[in-house]
Design a protein around this ligand. Sequence first.
Ligand SMILES: Cc1cc2nc3c(=O)[nH]c(=O)nc-3n(C[C@H](O)[C@H](O)[C@H](O)COP(=O)(O)OP(=O)(O)OC[C@H]3O[C@@H](n4cnc5c(N)ncnc54)[C@H](O)[C@@H]3O)c2cc1C
Length: 456
Amino acid sequence: MYGEKVKDVTTHPALKVCVDTMALDYECAELPQFKDLANVYDPELKQEISRYYYIPRNGEDLVKATELIIATSTYADGYIPLAKDIGADAINAIQIFANITGNKEYIDRVHNFRQYLMKEDVAIVSAVTDAKGDRLMRPSDPKQVHPDFYPRVVEKNAKGIVVRGAKMHITGSAYSNEIFVIPGRAMTEADKDYAVAFAVPCNAKGLKQICRPIKSGIGSMEFPVDRPWRMHTDQLIIFDDVFVPWERVFMCGEWKQAFLIAHNFSLLHRRTGCAYRIPMSELFVGMAFAIAEYNGVTEVPHIREKLTEAAMYLQTLKSLIRASCLDFVMHGGMPVPNPVTTNIAKYHFADKYHSLVKLIQDISGGSLITKPTYLDWQNPETHGFMDKYVSGMAGTAAEARLRMFDLIRRQLASEYEVMVLHGEGSLMAQRMMILAEAREELKRCKKIADDMAGIK
Ligand SMILES: Cc1cc2nc3c(=O)[nH]c(=O)nc-3n(C[C@H](O)[C@H](O)[C@H](O)COP(=O)(O)OP(=O)(O)OC[C@H]3O[C@@H](n4cnc5c(N)ncnc54)[C@H](O)[C@@H]3O)c2cc1C
């Protein structure tokens, strides 16, 4: 990370932030208000286990797991702890594959591995996305520049398999305990060696991880906020001939069924992803309403429209994700979120996200990027001017507006976006002028329509 080999992820300045973020899943599970949601009694082990590793039986179980993700992400200030939820999606997808094929060996291995997760309560993330190389070519295509864009089995022996290849963008794998590695696509017979699913400890021999930088915390020019910084980083994982013992191998060569794992993981994981986005979206909607209020424009018609849009965005997401759980389908004896509804939910979130951001930037105004900094606020020579001129509607202190601008800019706005939106006047300023200037043209067009309708 940052060009250097990391000695200890728990003390590294950036990775420690990520470790502390992941630890929130454990912290939450012990809090009185979350205990019942986060833990389930397992009659086989005769002990409380994490709900994440509990096998869902019906739609209510899917809803409860979703509520747990929402609760922990809310606790993490809208961020995602991520210790077990993505791993749970992978083990459930693997179990569906094992159940459908009826392979006793695989069924036993998944069962044993799940018991290990339940008993030890370890953190596990999922590596699904491959490095891929040329996107239009299959893993085994001889025209790929090399054969290792997707993890593949290069050796099998009595004890296990040896894997070579890479996965990309894998969140949390540098500081989790374990990683599930599963196929990210359907395979053909020629891709047989790439149809592989297994679990490895994050410090397995031969496994190398390259981390992207984490987004920095609140800088000296912004108003300080007394809340811990939450962040994750994503890894390029290289399997440099990693040995995996058979008891940790859950698919090896069943190319026809590779899509079963990839497909069911997607259905489960899109639900999980939408659950994270609910607390995140609540924060965004809150920012829109807060800055509208501080600017004194909540009752302006076009702002009311925008706040309605924001409320609809959030409620649509909540309703769709709940519906996807209650309207589940059974795959391999396990309930999975409704395939159509869960995809609509994810699509809704992602597709409308930029409109929501634009709307918040629009309501905020150009001060998002042009306002003086916290350093000027602290300077006695400039403080008074800021206090007087930056306040908004009566009763809103300048500090509240400045703090909200900092939050929105940090979370949602780039200089270019705000400059393009507000430089030369806000969007509504152009619309008002267009309407005023186009009145004569509108009257002329109305006459055409009136004539056509026979109105004298
Ligand atoms: C912050 C973040 C965290 C992530 N965390 C994880 C994680 O924890 N685990 C994990 O497994 N993955 C993770 N991902 C990966 C994520 O699932 C992928 O980014 C996503 O699936 C897209 O793949 P890609 O980035 O390789 O893009 P590409 O596949 O390169 O896609 C780029 C564009 O090309 C198009 N395209 C690609 N291939 C084709 C094709 N064959 N035909 C037609 N169009 C095509 C796509 O539709 C898209 O428009 C994460 C990603 C991000 C951004």
